[in-house]
Ligand binder design. Structure first.
Ligand code: SF4
Length: 425
């Protein structure tokens, strides 16, 4: 039996790196550390899947050849997904998209993309989760619910975690939650601001005004009483080191990037009085890596198009949902993602109409409607590599067991080789 310590769980953006895994006969037999979601990821590996072409079992090579034929004969191929695989596979996907002259997009465009756009407009005062653990005495969660989505965030980084300046953990922190409903996270907060749906911008604007000492007319702002906003503003100004952690409740409600812009401005204002940082609460394990890799290689974080031979960036034009909803993409390669189950109906319907290749350890809903399905080794369990935590810190993913299938990176490299051969034949 082999024991691996300091293993990273790559299910969610927290990337907990304190997990111990025991392996016997090429199977994980026990695990310590991690939450119930992480335990399920390590202890319940995907079913043993097989490569399929039009529903028929085939060899890996034949599936790769079929994928290369589909993608090379498309007029407007789309490469999508990427947030639950390694940065090495993400880089291989970017190279493949460039070879194809395709559009490439990650799940970022349907989660934190607006936040990324806001960061491009304003910049972001940010820090690592280690600094949150060691220094933050005021923690503001806006539109996110880590108790359910990032179950160990509280204990490892943000609320109960004990650090250098926070030796008593929760007792050293004031927790503020802002959401449209009283989530489990909101129930633990010292101050809870319940906003009316799609009123985040209004509430943030009022909070900024109060934080800067302005007097406001009106009793409520976006459903929040002025007295509660004043209490929150006082707590924010009183922080020795504060952090704003925001989720899709902010990025995907009305206003989108303008909401995040206003949250970044709030942090900028607060830095006149004290130290304040902002961290997006990224959901998928390596969605932060997908943005980082695309930015290194193309200059842009998501929604990138190579049809002119050089990268162009246009969220809303080259993002996957928009390309599909307009009926422009005529073939798709989906990597480690399940858009057929999660996209808006019109985009999901288009995805089902066009030839599609899926590379994924899971036989997902999307894989079930694909013309070509290629199973891959699960990143962080049967394939090694790198992932980026929500705060942008890269961490190594280990290969703990062997798989009969290659990594996503290897499969994407094989498809690219096949595409080049198709183009020259
Ligand atoms: S909090 Fe996230 S990264 Fe940590 S063990 Fe749970 S699922 Fe894995």
């Amino acid at each position: 039996m082999a024991a691996y310590e300091g293993v990273v769980c790559s299910f969610c953006g927290s990337l907990c790196d304190d997990i111990t895994v025991q392996v016997e006969n090429n199977a994980i037999v026990s695990m310590t550390g991690g939450c119930a979601i992480g335990r399920n990821r390590f202890m319940s590996p995907p079913e043993a899947n097989v490569p399929l072409v039009r529903g028929c079992e085939t060899s890996l090579q034949e599936a790769v050849d079929a994928a290369a034929r589909i993608l090379s004969s498309a007029r407007y191929p789309l490469v999508y997904g990427l947030s639950s695989t390694t940065t090495e596979a993400q880089a291989a996907a970017v190279r493949l998209a460039e070879t194809l002259g395709a559009s490439i997009d990650s799940t970022s465009s349907v989660c934190h993309g607006p936040g990324t756009v806001a960061r491009q407009m304003l910049g972001i005062p940010t820090c690592t989760l280690g600094e949150v653990r060691n220094r933050a005495d005021v923690v503001l969660f806006w539109g996110c619910n880590p108790v359910e989505a990032h179950p160990r965030h509280f204990s490892r980084y943000s609320v109960q975690a004990r650090g250098w300046k926070t030796p008593d953990g929760r007792r050293n922190r004031t927790v503020i939650a802002v959401d449209v409903r009283k989530t489990l996270t909101a129930k633990t907060a010292d101050i809870f601001l319940q906003v009316e749906p799609n009123s985040d911008f209004e509430v943030l604007t009022a909070l900024r005004a109060l934080t800067n000492g302005a007097s406001l007319e009106g009793d409520t702002f976006g459903g929040v009483p002025r007295s509660q906003l004043a209490q929150a503003a006082e707590a924010l100004r009183g922080a020795k080191y504060g952090v704003i952690l925001f989720g899709m409740g902010l990025t995907m409600s009305s206003g989108c990037q303008h909401n995040v812009y206003q949250a970044l401005m709030l942090a900028r204002d607060l830095n006149d009085y004290t130290a304040f940082a902002v961290i997006p609460m990224r959901g998928h394990g390596n969605v932060a890596g997908a943005e980082a890799v695309m930015t290194w290689l193309t200059g842009y974080p998501f929604a990138v198009n190579f049809s002119r031979g050089y990268p162009r960036y246009s969220p809303g034009e080259f993002s996957a949902v928009d390309l599909l909803a307009r009926g422009e993409a005529d073939a798709a390669l989906v990597v480690a993602s399940d858009p057929a189950a999660t996209f808006p109906a019109v985009a999901a319907a288009r995805l089902r109409q066009i030839p599609m290749v899926v590379v994924d350890p899971q036989f997902s809903t999307t894989a079930q409607v694909a013309q070509v399905y290629i199973p891959s080794a699960t990143a962080g369990i049967a394939a090694g590599g790198t992932a980026y935590r929500m705060d942008g810190v890269p961490l190594p993913l280990r290969r703990l067991v062997d798989s009969e299938y290659p990594s996503d990176q290897r499969i994407l490299n094989l498809i690219e080789q096949g595409v080049r051969e198709c183009f020259t034949s």
